[in-house]
Design a protein around this ligand. Structure first.
Ligand code: SF4
Ligand code: SF4
Length: 338
């Protein structure tokens, strides 16, 4: 694991960040042990969100007594001034702290949402106010549209962006990461396993570790997972390995899906997950979690070919900002079951 100055933020941040999103799904003692073990091992970046069920409370109950050992990042999904103001206060109480190191405007994927956030009655004003009051130290933004994020960070002052970067979603490398590097912003990547599809874990982690990011957020729920993630960062990535990983990312990212979730399927097919996993499935096969997802979707995937309203023009494709051939990819996915 390495430590780097976090862009313009005066903090030496660990390359592995603890993603606390899934902690509410495990027994409290297990979550507490994982968090404390992570701090013991030198992980000093904890990432959560107001929207992650009681994740903020688990952090408050487990490690608030060690508050000076970590950089605490949370998120507000509220778009309005009043909503964000209230949510920031709630996060402080839940995490048992008097300050949030980084407040991120959560999951901003549409231009109209961003306009609302930075408008005169928007969440950004509430974040600035909390910053002036010392309750929030820095302001960041998260989203699934890297090219939009790259534009927004040029127009408004953000200290950090949280974005996807993994072997199946290398798209932040095109414009977003170079823009952020130029602006000397904190660069944090998420979903190294792309939602549980990429294997092995070591390779999945080492890809973003080979790129120009400060922190890789990995969702962890146990001491064993913390150990596994730390082990993947024991050694720096050399030139040959980096090239191999980059070539693999070109192959696995060929589907071009950013997981923006603009598309909807009337029969409930999870199109982004099918798109993202399509090349992984063909090249590497699926992990048990990925297989479970496909088994659950099986009936729906077969139904796509017969769904009458999509015969002439697929409903999903009309929504995709990248004009991707989702119907074809979904229909090809049934070959997994043969
Ligand atoms: S084409 Fe298939 S995946 Fe797309 S909306 Fe229609 S049924 Fe759903
Ligand atoms: S298929 Fe298109 S609309 Fe759907 S998540 Fe991917 S990029 Fe977005």
């Amino acid at each position: 694991m390495r430590y780097k100055t976090f862009g313009k933020i005066d903090f030496e941040v660990s390359s592995l960040g603890f993603g606390a999103m899934n902690l509410p799904g495990v027994p409290f003692e297990q979550a507490k042990d994982a968090l404390n073990y992570a701090l013991d091992q030198g992980i000093n970046y904890i990432d959560t969100a107001a929207a992650y069920r009681n994740s903020e409370e688990i952090i408050g109950d487990s490690i608030s007594h060690r508050r000076d050992e970590f950089f605490l990042a949370t998120k507000t999904g509220q778009r309005s001034y009043a909503g964000a103001k209230e949510e920031i206060e709630r996060s402080l109480v839940r995490m048992k702290t008097d300050h949030i190191d980084l407040l991120q405007l959560h999951y901003v994927n549409y231009v109209h949402e961003f306009k609302q956030i930075v408008g005169e009655d928007g969440a950004y004003i509430a974040a600035l106010e909390a910053q002036q009051a010392g309750k929030v130290r820095h302001i960041g933004i998260t989203g699934h549209r890297p090219e939009l994020l790259a534009k927004w960070v040029r127009k408004y002052k953000f200290d950090q962006v949280l974005f996807h970067l993994n072997l199946a979603q290398p798209f932040a490398l095109d414009e977003l990461i170079p823009t952020m590097a130029e602006l000397n912003m904190g660069r944090v990547s998420m979903k190294p396993l792309s939602g549980g599809f990429i294997q092995p874990v070591e390779k999945a982690i080492r890809y973003p570790y080979s790129q120009d990011v400060h922190v890789i957020i990995s969702g962890m729920v146990s001491v064993a997972e913390v150990k596994e993630n730390i082990a993947a960062m024991e050694q720096e990535v050399g030139g040959a390995e980096r090239l191999e990983l980059e070539n693999l990312a070109i192959e696995l990212g060929e589907h071009n899906c950013r997981r923006c979730n603009y598309c909807e399927c009337p029969i409930g097919i999870n199109i982004p997950e099918i798109m993202i996993s399509s090349k992984i499935r063909e090249k590497l096969g699926l992990l048990p979690k990925g297989d479970g997802f496909y088994q659950k979707q099986k009936e729906k995937l077969f139904s796509c070919a017969d769904y009458e309203p999509c015969k002439v023009t697929p409903l999903c494709e009309q929504k995709c900002p990248y004009h991707l051939p989702m119907q074809q990819v979904v229909q090809e996915s049934v070959s997994y079951f043969s």
